[in-house]
Design a protein around this ligand. Structure first.
Ligand SMILES: Cc1ncc(COP(=O)(O)O)c(C=O)c1O
Length: 369
């Protein structure tokens, strides 16, 4: 797709604000170790794959029919999953599901964004947030972080109060930095947002890897908190595309207005329900990844480099003398694809299997000092 203004043909009425954009996406390269998109490295356990096959066989003959438009059973299962983890009391009226949390965020901004609704986010953070804002015609403002990428909660509260946005986005654990907010910090942001009539959107894509309490526990107190989640990471289900949102029922009603009819296929709904049934097997792998994350972090530090403390399934590291671009290329030449997130002097690595992580660490030892 042409990204250059000159290359868009005169007959194509692409919106002027999109003309300078390039399609988003990390490189997809064959025959290398993929540690660049924060996927879960484990294939689905045999029992889960078997159960999926059996379920698809059952629903295959009814694919002539549209899916349950409102995905009621899946939303109930997701509410139960959250309640079990967080001790909350949600039901399907508090949950909305879609094709990945990216679609959740886009639908949310279709419903609550737009030209008159400023979004405030604290960068560096998930780079798709400002992109979705742009695509939905919603103005975006970047708030700041500390030099070590932690969020200065009192400064953020001040920014919310003075800027008075319609929506505030926070990501915790944050991508690409890995650090998480404490629940009392989220509460402070929620109060500030409520005072200016803003929604606080908490992107918890990596929550299962964190020890901090989820923001879902604040929803009964704060109507303006919306939490987005995904099955792409902890459930090893990125290819199935399932994300969801937890919020007050009024937010779900707004999502129902903005969603496309039949947006979530019968196959996706059924697959997600099977994965949720097998949550304990899948969650066991999260513990392995946390242990591997801590092992890699210690090894990076032992090499004399620095790493941002991570509550997610990836690590942002620094302290190498080469440019990030050069080191990224050298890693690729050595057969490991990591992520240059555009922060000078930093690279991000996703936690892989033990063997993949060993390969990464061996390369790091050879290339980085
Ligand atoms: C912070 C954050 N939010 C959302 C997503 C999107 O996840 P999904 O696969 O559910 O669209 C990602 C993916 O990497 C992410 O890092």
């Amino acid at each position: 797709m042409p990204a250059d203004n000159e290359l868009w043909p005169a007959w194509l009425p692409i919106r002027s604000e999109l003309r300078e954009l390039k399609p988003y996406g990390a490189p997809q390269i064959a025959n290398v170790i993929h540690l660049n998109t924060n996927e879960n490295p484990f294939e689905l356990p045999k029992a889960v794959a078997e159960a999926l096959r059996a379920r698809i066989e059952v629903i295959a003959s009814s694919l002539n029919r549209y899916p349950d438009r409102d995905a009621a059973t899946l939303r109930t299962d997701l509410a139960n999953y959250i309640n079990l983890a967080a001790g909350t009391d949600f039901d399907l009226n508090n949950v909305w599901a879609a094709n990945g949390s990216n679609e959740i965020l886009q639908t949310l901004l279709l419903a609550c964004g737009g030209v008159d609704s400023l979004v405030l986010g604290f960068t560096p953070s998930y780079s798709v947030h400002p992109l979705i804002a742009k695509i939905t015609g919603t103005p975006w403002k970047s708030g700041s972080r500390n030099a070590d990428f932690t969020l200065d909660a009192p400064a953020a509260v001040l920014e919310i109060s003075t800027i008075a946005p319609a929506l505030v986005f926070i990501t915790t654990p944050n991508n690409p930095t890995g650090n998480a907010l404490a629940i009392n910090e989220i509460r402070e942001l929620a109060i500030a947002a409520l005072n200016v009539g803003a929604l606080l959107v908490v992107d918890e894509a990596y929550q299962e890897f964190s020890n901090e309490l989820s923001a879902v526990t604040l929803i009964s107190e704060f109507p303006n908190i919306v939490v987005t989640r995904t099955m792409s990471k902890a459930f090893a289900f990125a290819g199935a595309r399932v994300g969801y949102l937890i919020a007050r029922p009024e937010v779900i009603d707004a999502m129902l207005i903005a969603r496309l009819p039949y947006h979530l296929s019968s196959l996706t709904q059924a697959a997600a329900q099977v994965a949720l049934k097998h949550q304990s097997e899948l969650q066991a792998e999260v513990q392995i990844l946390i242990a591997e994350r801590n092992r890699i972090a210690a090894a990076i530090i032992a090499l004399g480099l620095s790493v941002i403390p991570s509550s997610a399934n990836f690590l942002l590291f620094t302290g190498f003398r080469k440019s990030a671009e050069l080191l990224w290329q050298e890693f690729l030449d050595g057969g490991v694809l990591i992520r240059d997130v555009g922060l000078p002097g930093y690279l991000r690595v996703t936690v892989g299997t033990a063997a993949e992580n060993d390969h990464f660490l061996a390369l790091l030892q050879r290339l980085a000092p």
